[in-house]
Every structure is written in C-alpha cells, then in structure tokens.
Design a binder for this molecule. Structure first.
Ligand SMILES: Nc1ncnc2c1ncn2[C@@H]1O[C@H](COP(=O)(O)OP(=O)(O)OP(=O)(O)O)[C@@H](O)[C@H]1O
Length: 760
C-alpha cells in the first residue's frame, strides 16, 4: 500500500511536472501564435503599404491627369478645327493680278500641310491614349491579383486562429479530463508540430508573395517609366500643337489682313468704277441728247431709205427666178455646144480612123507594090584594109539612070544585076535608112518585119545594121524612129517597146542579154494553141529611150566579149538578131496590136569550103551555108506562095517563122565589096540576091526557079556564077577590072562585135 502510495506520489509529481511542461508549451504555442498574428498583421500592413507604394492610385491619378490633358487637347483641336472651318467658309474674293493671291495660295498650302500634321498628331495621341488604357488595364489586373493574395492570407489567418482556438479548447478539455492528459499532450505535441509545419509553409508562401510583390514593384517601376516617357511625348506634342496653333494663328492673321486689304481694294475699285460710270453716264446722256436731235433730222432720210430698201427687197426676191431662168438657158446653150463638139469629135474620130485605115491600106499597097520581100544592094567604099595594087581596084559600077542596076566586072567579064535598089559607096546611112523607114513604121501598125544584112565578111553588114558611134546604122535609127512615132501617137495609143538579142552559131541559139549566155535555147510552140513560136528563157528588156537601148547593147556586148576571145572572127561566123517587139493599145477602142521588128546581121556568106577549110572552120562554114540556103528556100517558098514553107530547116528561119510568113515584110540588104579581089564573092552574093528577088518577078518561071537552094549551092555554085541564070538581067558593065579572087577572110578593123552600143 505504501508502495502504491509512493507510486501515486511519483505519478502526481510527474503529472505536476507534466502540467508545468504543458503550461510552458502552451505558453510557447501562444507566443508563437501571437508572433504569427503580429507577423500577419505586419504583412497586411506591408501589403497595404505596398499597395499604396505601388502607386496603383498614383498611376490612376497619372492616367486621369493624362486623360484630362487629352481631353483638353481634344477640345483645343476641336476649337482649331472650328476656326479653320470658319476661315474656309469665309468667301475668298479672287483678285486677278493681285500680288497677295500667290501669297494666299502659299498660306493655304501651308495651312493644309499644318492640318495634315495635326491629323498625324491626333493619330499619335490616340495611340498614346490606347497605351495608357492598356497600362491602366494591367494595373487593375495587378490590383485584382493583390486582392486575391490578401483574401488568401486572411483565409489562412482565419484557419490558423481557428486551429489555435481548437487547441485551447483541447487543452482546457485535457485539463478537465486528467486521465486522458497524456494522450492529449501527445496529440497537442503532434498538432504543435503540424502547426509548426503550417507556419513554415505560410512563411514560405509569405516569402513567395514578397517576391511577387518585388516583381510587381519592378513592373510598376517600368510602367512608371513608360508613363513618364509618354508624358514627355505628350509634352512635346503639345509644344508642337502650340507651335502649329501659333502658325495657324499667324496664317489666319495674314489672311485676315489680306482679306482686309482686298476688301479695301475692292471698295476702292468700286468707288472708282462708280465715278467713271457716272462720268460716262453723263457723256452718254449728252450723246443721247445729240442722237435724239440727229434722229429727228434723220427720220425723213430713213423713210426714203426704207422705201428704197423695200424696193430692192422686192427685186432681190425676184432675182433667183431670173437667175434660174438665165442659168437654164445658159445650160441649154452649153449642152447644145457640147453636143455639137461631141458630134464634131465623133466625126473627126471617124475621119481620123478612116484616114488611119486608108494610110495603112496605102502603106500596105505601097509595100505590096514594092513587094513583100524586097532586096536592095549596098556597095561599101574601098577601104585601107583592101590594100593597094590591082587586087584593090574597083570592080563595081552603077547605072546613072537606074538606081536598081549594078554592074560587076568579074574576071574581065561585065555582069549586071537588077535589084529593088542599089546604094553606091557614097550613099549615107540616112539614105539607106530612108529606104527601110516605111517597114519600121508598119511595125507600129502591127506588122512583122525582117531586115537582113547579107554578104561576105567585111562587105559592110555590121556597118549597115549598127554603124559607128558617129554614124549609126539601121538598128539605132529604127529604134529612134519607133520612139518618136510612138510618142507622136501617145495621145491615142499606148505602146510598149521591148528588145531581145540572140545569136545563132553552129545552129545553136543563145541569149545575148541573158545571165547565162552559154545556155542553149530552144524554139517552142506556144502552149496557148495559137501556133505562135516562142523561145523559153529568152531575155526581153522593156526600153523607153535610146539610152535604155545603149545599156542593153552594152550588156549584150559585154556578154559576148567575156565569152569569145576573138569576137570579130566569131561575129563573122554567127547570125546576130535584134528582136524589137512593139505592143500597142488604142486608148479609145481598146484595140491591141503587136508588131515585131527583126534586125538580122547574118554570118559572112563566103564559100569557105571551096578554099579547102577543114575542122572547126569547115563545120562553121557548113552551118552558115546551110542556114543561108534555108533562108533562101524559105523566102523562095514564100514568094511562090507554096503550101509548105521549110521554116524548120534552120534555127534562123524557124526562129523568124512568124516574121517571115503571112503579111510580114522582109527586106534583104546585100552588102557588096567593090574591090577586084572580092568579085567572086560579090558575084555570088548578087546572084543570090537576084534569085531571091526574081522569084516574085517572074511568076511563070517561079516553079523552075525554085529548084534547089541547098546548102551545097553555097559551096558548089562557082559554075552557075560563070553562067548567069536566065531570069537575072545581065547588063554589060562599063569599064573592066582584074580577074584576081579575094584572098583570105579579113578581120574587122572595128574594135567591137555586132552588138556594140552605138550612142545616138
Ligand atoms: N558604107 C560604108 N562606108 C564606110 N565604111 C564602110 C561601109 N561599109 C563598110 N565599111 C567599113 O568596112 C569594114 C568592114 O565592114 P563590116 O565590119 O561592117 O563588115 P561585115 O560584113 O559586118 O563583116 P563581118 O561579116 O566580119 O561581120 C569596116 O571597117 C567598116 O567600117
């Protein structure tokens, strides 16, 4: 029992000890709670201080102040605008030539510039307003966050105080229930540690909040800086606005001054005008008074004038009728006159056409009477080339009473020939041309004409056809005549003249005006079925003047010189043709004519084969003889009007077919050398000429005459020469010559060939 009591005492002591401990702990806890409360309070104060420090209200104030300033600026702007409107509304009196108008325009420009600047500033201000608004929004947000923090803290505080209260109650209940004290103490101990933990947590949170507050402070500082900047900007803008206002004020003042001066000018001008008008009015009044007195005196004159005028008016009214009548009669007279002239013209035209036909008929008749094929002879003079001595003596004489007779003394025997005409060595180029002139003119009328120069080499063929530069031959003169005739007829006819030039050498036809003179040309039938012949590829040049012809000849000559090394010799062995085509259109009737003039310089007719030529020379001679024989055959056939004309026997006759047949006209000029040494060839040439001519002269004997004009005849004709044909009229020639025969073929002395250009 005593042990139990002892134990109870110990327990009581221990309990008392525990009690004192618990009291100490409770006090400690209470102190701690107090301390925490104090801390919370100080923190709340700190927060409120911070709130006040953060200057949420300052910023708001600042913002408000800015807003107020903004509002003021806006009001000022509005006022400025109103003033500007008023200024604009004020009527501007334009005064032309006024020196202020330019200044006024400048001021107006300046004003509009200022307005633009003001608008820009307005924009900037609205931007600043927006910025301030954004900052205010951010401040409100921060404030809201701070409020939330404070509310949280208050809740925490509430919770802690509630727990403290609970602890007190627990302690009190523990005191009341001593058996459970130990347990309670333990619980308190446990709870006390929890409280400590909560405290440390709240301390941590407190620290976090303090950091946030520091951050917010930093943000606020930055915002304050920004606000300060915007404030500075606003100050600047205000200064600018003030400056603009001053400018505006000045402009306004200037404008007012200008307006004032303008007003004054205007008033002055009005006054002056008024004074002038008054003076003028006075003068007008005076004039009026004078006019009135004049009017009184003029009235009778006016009356007579009015009467006159009325009379004239009546006359004028009647004038168109009179005029119309006069015009009608004049028109009728003119019409009648025109009709008369027309009928006269018609009559004249009819007569002209009849005359033309008659002329053509006469011409044709003349040509017919002369013969469609005519043969003339031309004797060349003795030249230096003929040499000296008996061989060069003259063997040709003429009949002084008959210009168609020629006498030749051949090997001592006189032989005479009758041709259509014989030209002595003294005959000029013009004399010869006169004989052929009619033929050329008929070419314009649409006839085909052929003029041949026939004879031995050196007998003067080229001289007759081409002549010399100083003394041109038939070719040049013919073309000249054609041009002048065509020009004469130009009022009624339109003509085109074209020329072609060709050469036949060894029965090969070549174009002398073509780009390829080497090219062999062929004669073909026209594909149009007209039966006409043509030479494909033969160049044709249109000529309008002698100059043109000279150019064409020059071209042809150049072609030949480049082609042949010995042109003179070559030209003696080839036939050269100049083909002139004259195409005409009658302007009144549309009638078309085409005439062709063929001017042919034949190859030398000498009988080379007889003199023992061989090789190329013999071949050339054979070709020449064959073609000349063919020409003789064709002419003979035409004269005897045979059904078949052997045109195709040579290139020459085939090419000239359409110019030798039908109503074509042919003239052969037989060239004769007068000297003794050439009498054999001269005899041969004259016989050939006479035979050509005699075919027509003796119709009964035509058939017998036409036996053969073979190529052999040119080579084997010597016996026939000695015994003249019966149809050839032989006359005794006066005088006599030597019997010598011509020697070798002479070369030409002229530097040119057969197509040498001869200027006229
Ligand atoms: N009627 C004339 N008057 C003056 N000289 C003439 C006459 N006829 C010819 N002649 C001269 O005689 C020479 C030979 O004449 P041309 O050259 O005309 O002969 P050709 O017959 O044409 O010869 P080829 O057959 O070689 O062409 C030339 O010097 C020429 O000037």
């Amino acid at each position: 029992m005593s042990q139990l009591q002892e134990e109870l005492v110990v327990l009581r002591e221990r309990l008392a000890l525990h009690d004192s401990d618990r009291q100490a702990t409770t006090i400690q806890l209470q102190n701690q709670v107090e301390h925490l409360k104090e801390k919370l309070l100080s923190q709340a104060q700190e927060v409120s201080r911070l709130r006040s420090e953060l200057g949420g209200t300052d910023a708001e104030k600042h913002r408000d102040r800015l807003m107020v300033e903004n509002e003021q600026l806006k009001q000022e702007l509005r006022r400025c605008e109103v003033e500007l409107q008023e200024l604009r509304a004020q009527p501007v009196v334009p005064c032309e030539g006024c020196e202020h108008s330019q200044e006024s325009t400048q001021l107006r420009d300046k004003l509009s510039q200022l307005q633009l600047e003001v608008a820009e500033n307005k924009g900037m201000l609205s931007e600043l307003n927006l910025e301030v608004q954004q900052k205010t929004d951010r401040l409100a947000e921060v404030e809201l966050r701070l409020k939330d923090c404070l509310a949280e803290k208050a809740q925490e505080e509430e919770r802690l105080s509630r727990r403290l209260r609970d602890s007190h109650e627990t302690i009190a209940s523990l005191r009341a229930q001593s058996p459970q004290v130990k347990y309670v103490i333990k619980t308190v101990e446990v709870e006390s540690s929890k409280t400590k933990q909560a405290l440390s947590e709240s301390q941590t949170r407190n620290q976090h909040l303090q950091e946030q507050v520091a951050m917010q402070r930093q943000v606020l500082k930055e915002m304050e800086q920004q606000l300060q900047n915007s404030h500075q900007l606003t100050v600047q803008l205000r200064a600018q606005i003030a400056m603009y206002e001053a400018e505006l004020e000045r402009a306004h003042g200037q404008m007012l001054e200008e307006m004032q001066s303008l007003e004054e000018d205007k008033n002055r001008a009005i006054e002056e005008a008024f004074a002038r008008a008054q003076v003028e009015m006075k003068a007008v009044h005076e004039n009026l008074a004078g006019v009135r007195t004049n009017l009184l005196t003029l009235q009778p004159a006016l009356r007579t004038l009015t009467n006159d005028y009325n009379g004239l008016k009546r006359q004028v009214r009647g004038f168109p009728l009179l005029l119309q009548e006069a015009l009608r009669s004049v028109k009728a007279e003119i019409g009648q006159a025109i009709e008369e002239v027309n009928s006269n013209n018609q009559e004249l035209l009819r007569k002209y056409r009849r005359e033309l036909q008659l002329r053509k008929k006469c011409h044709n008749e003349l040509v017919r009477l002369k013969g469609n094929i005519r043969v003339i002879a031309r004797v060349r003079p003795v030249t230096k080339e003929d040499g000296d001595g008996p061989e060069a003596t003259n063997a040709v004489t003429f009949d002084p009473d008959d210009d168609s007779i020629i006498h030749l003394l051949h090997k001592g025997k006189p032989v005479s020939f009758e041709l259509d005409k014989v030209f002595s060595p003294w005959a000029s180029q013009q004399d010869v041309f006169q004989e052929v002139q009619a033929l050329i003119t008929s070419c314009i009328d649409g006839f085909n004409v052929c003029i041949f120069a026939y004879g031995q080499t050196g007998a003067g063929k080229t001289y007759t056809m081409e002549g010399t530069p100083e003394n041109p031959g038939i070719n040049q003169r013919a073309l000249q005549l054609l041009f002048s005739e065509v020009q004469e007829k130009a009022s009624d006819w339109q003509y085109t003249i074209t020329v072609s030039a060709a050469e036949i050498y060894n029965e090969v036809l070549r174009d002398l005006l073509g780009k390829e003179p080497q090219e062999k040309l062929e004669i073909r039938l026209c594909p149009d079925g007209s039966g006409q012949l043509y030479v494909p590829g033969l160049t044709e040049f249109q000529v309008q003047s002698v100059d043109d012809i000279n150019k064409v000849f020059e071209f042809g000559y150049n072609n030949r010189t480049t082609e042949f090394t010995n042109l003179n010799e070559h030209s003696s062995r080839s036939h050269a043709l100049l083909i002139v085509t004259v195409r005409g259109v009658d302007c009144s009737t549309g009638l078309r004519t085409t005439g062709k003039l063929n001017l042919v310089d034949l190859a030398g007719s000498e009988r080379v084969g007889k003199s023992g030529a061989e090789g190329n020379r013999l071949r050339e001679a054979q070709h020449i003889n064959r073609s000349l024989s063919a020409l003789g055959d064709v002419i003979a056939a035409l004269r005897s009007r045979q059904g078949h004309v052997p045109f195709r026997n040579s290139k020459l006759t085939y090419l000239l077919q359409d110019s030798l047949s039908g109503d074509s006209k042919t003239l052969m000029v037989v060239q004769v050398s007068p000297v003794e040494k050439n009498t054999s060839e001269t005899l041969y040439s004259l016989k050939f000429a006479e035979r050509v001519r005699s075919v027509e002269l003796g119709p009964g004997s035509r058939r017998t005459e036409l036996g053969s004009w073979s190529s052999q005849e040119h080579l084997e004709w010597e016996p026939a020469c000695q015994t003249p044909q019966p149809t050839a009229r032989a006359h005794s020639a006066p005088g006599s010559g030597t019997n010598s025969r011509p020697g070798s073929i002479r070369r030409k002395l002229q530097p040119s060939g057969k197509l040498r250009p001869v200027p006229v």
